[in-house]
Design a protein around this ligand. Structure first.
Ligand SMILES: [Zn+2]
Length: 85
């Protein structure tokens, strides 16, 4: 696993978690995540924050919610890189 691979995966995660990716791309993301420890941990924490923001955001526009999720993703990704994982 390389950091470049992980970066590509991270870029696709909002769509992945939303189920918006084409099946083949979705599969390659899932395959990477299964074999990459840091990504597993990252996806788990991202899933939780997505679930939380969904709960908190009942009634907010879908587009607004996606922007929120992307902002959280960027934030979490910075923390992930800073942790040196
Ligand atoms: Zn990875």
């Amino acid at each position: 696993m390389t950091k470049e691979e992980c970066s590509e995966i991270f870029a696709k995660l909002p769509e992945y978690l939303d189920g918006d990716l084409p099946p083949d791309v979705c599969e390659s993301v899932a395959a990477h995540i299964e074999e990459c420890g840091p990504c597993v941990a990252f996806v788990e924490s991202l899933r939780k924050s997505v679930a939380l923001s969904r709960k908190a955001a009942a009634g907010i526009e879908q587009a607004e919610l996606k922007a929120e999720v992307k902002a959280r993703l960027a934030e979490a990704y910075e923390q992930f890189r800073a942790s040196g994982a």
